[in-house]
Design a binder for this molecule. Structure first.
Ligand code: LMR
Length: 396
């Protein structure tokens, strides 16, 4: 029965991890998958998480099921982190939230919810968007459409084209927005853009769907939630998917949540019953471990302070690398060409190279980035920066 299945090509992002691992060149550099790395190339367990984990191991008395909605303390603390104390409290009756296996789980459960509510709806995603958005949402059977986002000639937001496209989105469709640290471009919406989108959503009747995978990696925890908070304050319905992989360093623990701000409290209760029924039919209940760690960090003032500092350190290190890369390229005869990288935020930027140049970088120098020339900036460090700049300067 299964012998008819043909081998599929590797996933464009995860496949790079395998290529990198198999490369024997001691100078190899991984700028592929979006994981934070230290100066020595490690993706560490954060100290705040380690301490929460030690306490959890010592104190946990049961591994009984948590239920389909997941860890309630996690959900409550995360909503405060996302919305701030005041807005989280005000909107709480209209919110349906459910813990999911990672941000990917959140996106997929959201897609299943959309299918139940309005199977004919389309989701509009930015062009470009994170490669896995399309399979996560599309494999659920939802139609995907795109809106322009990135102007490659200026390495900047294609703001007019984007707003033109969004002003045509019909009522009942959804518009997927990256809450901060746009993946793959590193180009974020500014406060005025969020307001324009909120106005368009109100006029047209589309529902914003915010993917928040990097809160704290852009400008700061509150600054990065600006857009989500604004939409939540002004619109009757907002769908959101959240990942704790990057900001809590919990990648493999698969910690995330899906939520919907509803018109009414009764609507939120109904949506909650659908969310729990959807996940009961897929994986039944989420794993608890990572979510419990996040809850413990966010409910302890001491661990929260430690975690916030660790997050600042990660963000500032990436920002420092952005500036060091630009300086490195400027001093290698590419003055001005890469300045935009220092203005962009989060884990990624496009280097503006062709696919052939990207392939050459891998072949000649064992430097791995996505074919689109998306580079995960955290893969740079002061030991490999000169090597990478030399290699890029050679091929441009
Ligand atoms: C990335 O974009 O590299 C990360 O979000 C990891 C992934 O799962 O694709």
């Amino acid at each position: 029965m299964f012998e008819q299945l043909q081998q599929l090509p590797a996933d464009p992002i995860l496949g790079l991890m395998g290529l990198f691992a198999r490369d024997a060149n001691p100078h190899k550099v991984d700028l592929g998958v979006g994981v934070y790395k230290t100066e020595t190339g490690l993706t560490p367990v954060l100290d705040a998480i380690k301490r929460a984990e030690q306490a959890l191991v010592a104190e946990q008395t049961s591994k009984v099921y948590v239920g389909p909605a997941g860890n309630l303390a996690f959900l409550q603390s995360m909503m405060v982190l996302l919305l701030g104390e005041h807005q989280a409290q005000n909107l709480q009756p209209r919110l349906a939230t459910l813990q999911t296996p990672g941000g990917c789980g959140a996106l997929r459960v959201a897609a299943e919810l959309i299918k139940k509510a309005r199977p004919e709806a389309s989701i509009w995603v930015s062009d470009p968007t994170w490669g896995n958005h399309i399979p996560l949402l599309g494999n659920a059977g939802i139609r995907i459409k795109t809106y322009p986002y990135f102007d490659a000639s200026r390495n900047a937001l294609a703001v007019d084209a984007m707003m033109d496209a969004l002003s045509q989105v019909p009522a009942g469709d959804l518009v997927l927005l990256h809450g901060c640290c746009h993946n793959p471009t590193g180009v974020d919406l500014q406060p005025a853009h969020w307001q324009q989108i909120a106005d368009l959503a109100a006029q047209r009747g589309f529902v914003p769907f915010v993917d928040m995978a990097y809160q704290g990696f852009g400008e700061g925890l509150d600054e990065d939630a600006y857009g989500l908070r604004l939409l939540m304050a002004q619109l009757p319905e907002v769908l959101f998917a959240v990942s704790c992989s990057k900001n809590f360093g919990l990648y493999r623990e698969r910690v995330g949540l899906v939520g919907l701000l509803n018109h009414t409290a009764a609507g939120a209760t109904a949506v909650m019953s659908h969310l729990t029924s959807i996940v009961r039919g897929i994986y039944s209940m989420p794993p608890d471990h990572g979510a419990e760690l996040v809850a413990r960090v966010l409910q302890s003032p001491e661990l929260t302070a430690l975690w916030r500092q660790e997050l600042v350190d990660m963000r500032e290190r990436i920002q420092g690398l952005r500036m060091a890369f630009v300086a490195g390229m400027n001093s290698r005869g590419a003055a001005g060409r890469f300045d935009f990288i220092a203005q962009q935020r989060g884990m990624f930027s496009f280097l503006g190279l062709s696919e052939a140049q990207v392939a050459q970088l891998a072949k000649i120098s064992s430097i791995y980035l996505l074919g689109s020339s998306r580079a995960s900036i955290a893969g740079l460090n002061h030991a490999n920066l000169g090597y990478v700049c030399d290699a890029v300067a050679r091929i441009i």
